[in-house]
Design a protein around this ligand. Sequence first.
Ligand code: 6LW
Length: 529
Amino acid sequence: MKNTGRVSALFLLLTLGTLNLWAHNGYKNPILRGFNPDPSICRVGDDFYLVTSSFEYFPGLPIYHSKDLVNWEQIGHCLNRDSQLPLHKAPASGGLYAPSLRYHNGLFYVICTNVSGGGNFYCTAKKPTGPWSEPIWVNIDSIDPDIFWDEDGKTYFVTQGNEGIRITEIDIETGKVLGPEHLVWGGIGGRFPEAPHIYKKDGYYYLLLGEGGTEYAHSATIGRSRNLLGPYESCPLNPIITHCNRAGQGNIIQGVGHADFIQAQDGSWWAVFLGFRVTQQFAYYHILGRETFLAPIDWPKDGWPQVNGNGTVSLDMKVPTLPNHPFNKKPERIHFDQEKLGFEWQFLRNPIRENYSLNERKGWLRMNTASYTLNDTDAISLICRRQTEHDFEAATFLEFISSDVNEEAGMTLIQNNTHHYDLFIRKEQNQYIVQLRVKIGSHEYIAAEKPIKSNQIKLKIIGEPLHYTFYYAEDNSNQYKQLGILDTRYLSTEVAGGFTGVMIGLYTSSNGKPSKAKVYYDWFDYIVQ
Ligand code: 6LW
C-alpha cells in the first residue's frame, strides 16, 4: 500500500513536471520600474518589444526587448537624432506623449506625438534597434495616435478626441490624410477617452481605451464591433482595468490604465499598462512617475477580455508566465570608461554635444558648465537616469575646475524645472563649499552647507520612501558626513504635477553667466536592493 502511494506520488510529480505546471510561476510588478508610462507592445516571433513615453527627455522613446514579458532590457531609443526630435525649450512634460509600437509587413512602426513641435508622426525601422526613419508627419490634431491596418489593405490613424476615439484613413507611404474623420466610441463616460488601440479577433474589432484621466480615477475600457467604424458595444466587464473601486482600495499600486494587449507565442494574452506605486504619509503620493505593469488576460465570457480576474494587479503576481528569460544585471558602478553612455542616461532636451566628453580624460565624464540652470527649460548641462525604487543609494566622485562663485557642479534629484533637490559644490572666495538646495515651486533656498577642503568630493544620496538623505565625503575617503534630510513628497507628481518621475542627475551650471568651468565625474553608483 505504502509503496503504491509512493509510486503514484512519483508519477504525479513526473506528469506535473512534463506538463511544465510548476515552472515559471509568478513575477514581480512593475515590469519596467521608474518613469515608463503609456507602454505599447508588439511581438515578432519569440521577441517582444515595448516602448514608453519620454516627454522632454532626449533621446526619445526608449525601446525595450523581452523574451518572457517579465524580464526586459533596453535596446535603444527610437528617436536619437535632433532632426527627429526637436525639443527646443520644451516645457516640463512637453515633448513626446504616448507612443504606439507596431510591426507590419516586415517594418517596425512607432507612432507618436511631439506636443512641443510638429504634432503627430510615425517613424519606421527594419530593426527595433534602428536606425529609425525621419518622422512622417500626419496632419491630424490630437494625441495618443495608433495605426491600424485593416484586412482590406486600408490604413487608419486612430487617435484620442474630446468626445471619444477618432479613426481616419491615411496613406501609409506619405502620412497624407485620405478620409473624413469618424468619431467611433467614447468609452463608458469617463473623462479623457484616450490611448486607443484596435485589435481584430474572431471577426470583431476590439477598441481598447484609457479613461478617467491618468491620476487616481484612471482605467482601461474596451468595446467591440463587427465594423471598424462602429457602432461599438461596451464590454460588460468594463472597466476591465482599474484600481478606482473597492477592489483597488488600499492597493499600493494606483492609477492603472492606458493599456495595450499582446498575444504570446503560446497563445496566452497579456496586458501592459501604466500605474504608479504610492507612498502613504497622511495622503497618497508618488515620486517614481508612472511605471509599466503586466497582467494576464482571459477571454471567458462571450469573447470578452477579463484582465487578471477582477481588473486589479499586485506587486507579487502569482500567475503562470512564459519560460523565464532573464538578462544580465547592470553593474552598480559606472566608470565612464566606455565610448558612449548607456541607454539609461538621458539629457533634458536636445543636448549641446560639445558640453560632454568621455574621451578628454579617459575613465571620466567631462561636462562643460552651461549658463542654464536646472530651473530653465533649456539645454542644461546634465545627464540623468530614472529613480526606479523608493530605496536606493546613488553616489559619485567629482572634480570641479571653477573660478567663479556662480559656478556649481554636483548631483540633483529632479522631477521638473520647478521641483528639484540639488547637492553640489562651488567656490566661495578662497575655499570650496558643499551645499544642499531646495527648489519647490516658488520656494528656493539653501537648506545646508559646509566648507570643504578641495575641489574634489564624493556626493551620495540615500533614498527611502519618505526621505532623501544627502551626504558628502572628502579626501576620496568613504567617511561620509550627513548634510541634510529632505522629504520625498515635495518631488511627487501630486506636488510637482506633470507626467514624469524623479530622475537622478549629474549636472553643472554657472547660473546665467558665461563660464569656462568644467567638471569631471569619475564614476556613478546606483544601488538598489
Ligand atoms: C497620454 C495620455 C495619458 O498621452 O497621459 O495616461 C498622457 N495617459 O494617454 C501623457 O502620458
